[in-house]
Write a protein that binds this ligand. Structure first.
Ligand SMILES: [Zn+2]
Ligand SMILES: [Zn+2]
Length: 326
């Protein structure tokens, strides 16, 4: 497998086996549906902070390294057991002319697509809040689009499992690209429907166009958030992981091969569940550089969010990271 360089067009997707994976495929054409929709937006958070220079980010990376676990040999069935990936250091990222929030393109838009239960909608709103803290961007939630805008030719019932699915590439090309707001750093659809990306695939959790600022995420396979408090937290954590992992790809971050990290590729649910939502020092530096963010302020905001949502392990790690920099 070859990852897209900054000059190639491609898209990252989650695997049909049920996890986060990266795959380079040819760029997909843009078919334009006329007219932009009116967007009703809510600004969730705008976490402003002072930008940090590259030399200072490198010092910070060294202080954080002892807190992180190096990736061991992949287990059978893991992503890196079957995909040779080069990884991407902070230095390599700086050289690849990454797509970043810049100029007027500074807002992350979340586009609900389809009918959500009240609890699912809460998951989307909380995930939008978390993304805002993770990427130091304002996040706006657009007016919900009905699933009926996806025509029959872009739908199917899974031949063996019976799941109703919509074609992820249709959502990217026909739903999102024509509606991409002028000020969007990223435009991301969240849907309760299952997704599949085309022939040969069972399903995907999500899919993002690497250089075109659009992506789609499904919460269909993240568990039932109404079952218990614990299942709510698990569904929230899974949704936040997918959303931040894929948005990382949209800002030209490749899969991490160095540490246990949210930007690691995963081949199945167990693998994605055991990956942390935190970024390793290399990937953290990419986000902080791309979004002009002070790491200490970022850790504080992420820790506060996780604490409030009962994500104790995640909150503790962000607090520990913050303390390591003081
Ligand atoms: Zn990925
Ligand atoms: Zn990493």
């Amino acid at each position: 497998m070859v990852f897209p360089s900054s000059r190639k067009r491609g898209k990252m997707m989650n695997s049909p086996q049920g996890s986060l994976v990266g795959r380079c495929v040819p760029g997909i054409g843009i078919a334009v549906l006329g007219g932009l929709i009116a967007l009703v937006c809510i600004v969730v958070t705008n976490a402003g902070s002072e930008p940090v220079s590259v030399p200072k980010l490198k010092l910070i990376m060294e202080k954080l390294r002892p807190l992180h676990t190096r990736l061991g040999k992949p287990k059978p069935g893991d992503w890196l057991a079957s995909h040779k990936e080069p990884g991407q250091t902070f230095e390599q990222y700086l050289r690849c002319r990454p797509v970043t929030p810049q100029g007027k393109r500074r807002i992350i838009y979340v586009q609900p697509l389809g009918d959500f239960t009240k609890t699912q909608r809460k998951i989307v709103t909380l995930s939008a809040d978390f993304m805002s803290r993770y990427f130091n961007r304002p996040v706006k939630i657009s007016e919900t689009l009905p699933l009926s805008i996806v025509p029959a030719k872009a739908r199917r019932t899974h031949p063996q499992w019976g799941d109703k699915q919509i074609l992820s590439t249709y959502v990217l090309d026909q739903v999102l690209k024509p509606r991409l707001p002028d000020d969007a750093a990223a435009y991301i659809a969240f849907t309760p429907s299952d997704l599949w990306p085309g022939r040969g695939w069972n399903f995907v959790f999500g899919q993002a166009a690497l250089r075109e600022r659009v992506g789609v995420w499904s919460i269909y396979r993240n568990g039932d958030p109404d079952k218990s408090d614990e299942s709510f937290r698990l569904c929230l954590l899974r949704t936040m992981k997918t959303a931040t992992h894929e948005t990382g790809h949209m800002f030209s971050m490749m899969h991490c091969t160095m540490y246990e990290c949210n930007m690691c590729g995963s081949n199945h649910r167990r693998e994605s569940d055991r990956r942390p939502i935190a970024l390793c020092p290399e990937c953290m530096a990419k986000v902080c550089w791309a979004t002009k963010t002070d790491p200490v302020g970022r850790f504080k905001k992420l820790s506060g969010f996780c604490k409030k949502q009962g994500l104790k392990q995640e909150a503790a790690f962000y607090t520990k990271s913050m303390k390591a920099l003081k």
